[in-house]
Design a protein around this ligand. Sequence first.
Ligand code: BGP
Length: 469
Amino acid sequence: MKSFFPDDFLWGAAAAANQYEGAYAEGGKGLCIQDVMPGGSRRPPTDAPTSGNLKLAASDFYHRWEEDIALMAECGLKTFRTSIAWSRIFPRGDETEPNEEGLVFYDRVFAKLRESGIEPVVTLSHYETPLHLARRYDGWADPRLISFFERYARTVMERYKGIVRCWLTFNEINNILNAPLTAGGIWTPAERLSKQTLFEAIHNELVASALATKAAHEIDPDNKVGCMVIASPFYPLTPAPEDALAALDAERANLLFSDVHVRGEYPAYAARYFEENGIDPHFIRNDQETLKKYPVDFIGLSYYFSSCASASEKTGDGLPHGGSGNPFLEKSQWGWTIDPKGLRYVLNTLYDRYRMPLFIVENGLGARDRLIRGDDGSCIIEDDYRIAFLRDHLIQVNEALHDGVGIMGYTMWSFADIVSASTAQFSKRYGLVYVDRNDDGSGSLARFRKKSFYWYKDIIASNGENLDR
Ligand code: BGP
């Protein structure tokens, strides 16, 4: 296969603090929303951390980072994307002084990555709002979070200046539409949340993202900042014009977030949506200048599946972001459609719309793996299905590059097995590295390289040339 991957393509892998680190109450860390979400993003939170919550210990990266970074280096990763747990730095979120122990932890992690030739890409907020901010302020519904977030962003950007040069503001910011607690720290249950409050919260995050971008550029002109959006395309379920319009509407709900981040203003279609949904957009007025002045440098995106939109049918089909399934596509063990060409489609759509560099910061397959122990103590995980998934998607990335799309990099999800965000299971594994842990919490946490580890290593080393082997 002819490879169109540029020489400086950022091949890598990703994770998030709350799904990977564990040590939820160590090093002065405060609680975050995930510490009381034992059932994942679709179940109500508990009052306090409960023993069945797998995120509390997660994959124990907090204690095993040296071993894991050595594995990343062995795999040849050029970049590793992870998040800083906001509540390690500001345990409650609204303090004025940061927690030094939390800062020291990331000093070590980022320095080790650099020493190993791996560029850290850091998400400031990956579904892990400090719990105090969720409970006391109702999360991003309160505009005071903007200054708390700005303080946090400035603190870590000053501290890791020259070490971290690539930042993402809010993970899957558009997922607040489906999961207001997960993506917006909003404690009010989704069914009681008014659209007015939801859009005020969205606006507060957008302003905070612009101010973080401003801070990043002031602190170090070499910093690059991206937004991070779910780029899950909607196809019309049928050729009926009504379904095409339904798909347009569904796409626009997602695109509003990148529109504001890139163009610095709300899109024209927002006005009618606000009017028809009884939303008074007064909140926009004061911040127009901020949004306009500080657009992002690139667009970070996650891609897992596509879905279909229909004007008449509302099946949902178990896909996380609404939408119907697609009779032409296979599904994963968790019911997510598998659509490699959808990635090429969405990369082209976004690049046509914005002409701004894209960075695929999440893409992968959640699947059950079987660890086979040999008599000699060796362990084998033959995850050919994961290799097929990654290969098919990367072939489409290559196609998109050939189409002329500007793509900075690809960080597959996830480097090692971690706790699932939506279901909070450990058995929904995404890693190149197997972590010995089970859904009941048992397991040694030992690491084993999967077959996909060796495959990805070869793909990186060949800069994509070996994708069709
Ligand atoms: C994205 C999130 C991640 C991640 C991934 C896979 O939505 O940004 O945090 O977990 O999806 O989803 P899940 O873990 O629910 O299978």
